[in-house]
Design a protein around this ligand. Structure first.
Ligand code: CO
Length: 217
């Protein structure tokens, strides 16, 4: 086979071949079943960070979780990419649970606290500046820089959960009685564990109270 692929990608091809064979060995119908449909119950909105792979962390196979990732797991009301993912997941795939998952030590969050310059991406993470300003009192109580980063990682997730709840897609789904939960989690790079940020919603009814409770816990 002639190929222009860089050498480093050859190993990926080799990995892929082995993986596909392994999957078939475990279940001969694996791909023929998947090709027909995907029926994921979950939408994962996480960080692009290479250390936070959605499927592996929650132990789900291909077909089981619909995934959107961007730098610092943000849900911006004018971001057509993320909004389209949410819309397709909720309206078409009918996922039952949306998970916003941040992670401790997030580079995007750290960059905001450091006010470091990284180019275009600074504009993307600028939204976290608002969260930082909004919760400056909470953040000022953190002992050191690392704990401030981690606290802002949590606060960022909580903010994004409320953003998800405020999208027209999720509001409409709840209004027509569709079963849908929105949840905020944070992942520890240091131990591989997920933590619940206690902001799970199945309607907009208690959004304000749950938000306040999650922020202050
Ligand atoms: Co990150």
């Amino acid at each position: 086979m002639t190929t222009d692929l860089p050498k480093e990608l050859h190993v990926l091809f080799e990995n892929n071949k082995q993986w596909a064979e392994q999957m078939l060995e475990n279940n001969p119908n694996y791909f023929s079943r998947l090709v027909k449909q995907q029926t994921p119950k979950y939408l994962w909105i996480g960080c692009s960070d290479s250390r936070v792979p959605a499927n592996q962390i929650i132990g789900l196979d291909p077909g089981e979780v619909f995934v959107h990732r961007n730098v610092a797991n943000q849900v911006i009301h004018s971001d057509m990419n993320c909004l389209s993912v949410i819309q397709f997941a909720v309206d078409v795939l009918k996922v039952e649970h949306i998970i916003v998952c941040g992670h401790y030590g997030c580079g995007g969050v750290k960059a905001v606290l450091e006010e470091s310059k990284n180019g275009l991406v600074d504009n993307w993470v600028n939204y976290i500046h608002d969260t930082k300003y909004h919760h400056r009192e909470i953040l000022s109580q953190c002992e050191d820089f690392d704990s401030r980063v981690d606290r802002l990682c949590e606060l960022n997730v909580i903010e994004q959960v409320t953003n998800v709840c405020n999208t027209s897609v999720v509001r409409d789904a709840w209004e027509r009685g569709q079963k849908l939960s929105v949840n905020g989690l944070v992942y520890g790079l240091h131990d591989g564990k997920l933590r619940d940020l206690n902001i799970s919603l199945t309607s907009r009814e208690n959004l304000e109270q749950k938000y306040q409770k999650a922020i202050s816990s």
